[in-house]
Design a protein around this ligand. Structure first.
Ligand SMILES: *[C@@H]1O[C@H](CO)[C@@H](O)[C@H](O)[C@H]1NC(C)=O
Ligand SMILES: *[C@@H]1O[C@H](CO)[C@@H](O)[C@H](O)[C@H]1NC(C)=O
Ligand SMILES: *[C@@H]1O[C@H](CO)[C@@H](O)[C@H](O)[C@H]1NC(C)=O
Ligand SMILES: *[C@@H]1O[C@H](CO)[C@@H](O)[C@H](O)[C@H]1NC(C)=O
Length: 378
């Protein structure tokens, strides 16, 4: 076992070789980028970003503490506290007043868990970006067959399209940045150009004409398995895109997104975010911890992961492991949030449908069935 101290030293040394830079340099402008002046000069692909898995699906009063919620705090609180990647799922739904087609952020199905319209959520993100001009953030949306043009319409309605980062090529990732060549812009450059929002959609047929800032996730990224139900079963091997050997993933220039969250397997194949181990899952050390997983994967990939996705981001606190990897000792401008499991949030009862504008008979029936099943299990 490493001691905490040697582990930190190792992480720092690793960060140095992984980015090929001997030290983080303070920004010439004197500002803090993504909560630190030391990150301004770093290319986008050499920073590790904390990601909120299922960012809009909350386990709080608004969902009567749904056991399907993945976060205790809203997207705005997540961003305030240092989260810089927001992940969610888009589904075609309808406006509750007009009945017209409308994209929503639903968890698995809009009948079960509807976190509202994509437009409203993007507006929330945009307002935060308006008032935090030195922050670069990434959105990752799981797609269900929506075309780039329809997404672009919603991005434009929320007036967030103007922040979109447009890479030189939309169909090929650049090679990784290294000591001699930076292939992605630095955070400073992205902030100066006000192209501070990187959007990945999985999957997406890119549309350079209409939506040059909407990027297909699998062109630009690879990830390890996401469906893990045991703290000893986290791995670093590529899971998606399918059939991508590790060596190829490393050489392709795709950014590595490390999934690090646990599901709790229930009866009938139902999985809910696993609250039982989250204080260890999101911690710097311990079996199945974020810190251990980051160390293992960085060793294997020889590069710090660009993104790490966690549930209940505040617990751990997960941001600590990310700060260590980014060599940020003194973060600037974050708002405090409790690092504890939120009381009431660990309850096991079904409140998922409450936010849904239209709960179908099937949805209610299924919820009742699931509630009965869960009460039998527990
Ligand atoms: C740095 O990146 C450039 C561009 O991808 C590549 O040509 C070069 O070989 C790399 N250098 C090192 C030391 O890896
Ligand atoms: C954990 O991984 C091991 C080895 O791959 C596998 O045999 C086992 O079934 C997994 N356990 C769970 C609970 O997924
Ligand atoms: C996690 O929570 C359990 C139960 O509350 C506690 O016994 C354990 O010490 C905690 N571990 C950490 C690393 O906080
Ligand atoms: C945040 O919490 C830390 C640790 O409890 C404390 O040292 C710091 O002063 C707090 N910062 C703010 C702005 O409340």
């Amino acid at each position: 076992m490493f001691t905490m101290y040697t582990r930190i030293l190792f992480a720092l040394a690793l960060g140095t070789f992984a980015t090929g830079r001997s030290a983080n340099l303070p920004s010439a402008s004197g500002r803090a980028c993504n909560n630190s002046p030391l990150l301004c000069s770093k290319p986008y692909d050499t920073v590790t970003y904390l990601g909120a898995h299922d960012s809009p699906y909350l386990r709080d009063e608004s969902t009567t503490f749904s056991s399907f919620g993945n976060q205790f705090f809203s997207t705005t609180v997540q961003l305030d506290a240092g989260v810089r990647m927001l992940q969610g799922q888009i589904h075609a739904s309808s406006n509750k007043d007009t009945g017209q087609r409308e994209l929503h952020l639903c968890h698995t199905s809009c009948d079960l868990f509807d976190a509202g319209s994509l437009k409203d959520w993007l507006l929330e993100v945009r307002k935060w970006m308006d008032s935090n001009p030195n922050e670069v953030i990434t959105i990752l949306l799981v797609n269900n067959g929506i075309k780039a043009k329809e997404l672009e319409d919603v991005y434009s309605q929320a007036d967030v399209a103007r922040y979109g980062y447009v890479p030189p090529k939309i169909d090929t990732p650049p090679p990784p940045s290294n000591e001699t060549e930076t292939t992605w812009p630095t955070l400073d450059e992205m902030i100066n150009r006000n192209e501070r929002l990187v959007s990945f959609i999985s999957p997406l047929v890119p549309d350079a004409q209409n939506a040059p800032y909407l990027l297909d996730q699998w062109t630009f990224m690879w990830e390890n398995p996401y469906l893990v139900t045991n703290p000893s079963n986290f791995t670093c091997l590529p899971d998606r895109p399918e059939d991508l050997p590790l060596q190829e993933a490393k050489e392709s220039g795709r950014l590595f997104m490390m999934n690090h969250f646990l599901y709790w397997q229930q009866a009938f194949g139902i999985q809910v975010p696993d609250i039982r181990f989250v204080n260890v899952t999101n911690a710097w050390e311990g079996p199945g911890s974020l810190g251990e997983h980051l160390m293992t994967c960085s060793g294997m990939v020889q590069r710090q992961p660009t993104f790490v996705l966690v549930d209940f981001f505040n617990v751990g606190p997960a941001i600590k492991a990310v700060d260590i990897f980014n060599k940020v000792d003194v973060p600037v401008g974050r708002k405090n949030v409790t690092s504890n499991v939120v009381p009431g949030g660990a309850g096991m009862f079904w409140g998922a449908a409450r936010r849904s504008a239209e709960v179908s008979i099937w949805g209610v029936g299924f919820a009742v069935l699931a509630a009965v099943v869960l009460s039998m299990v527990l």
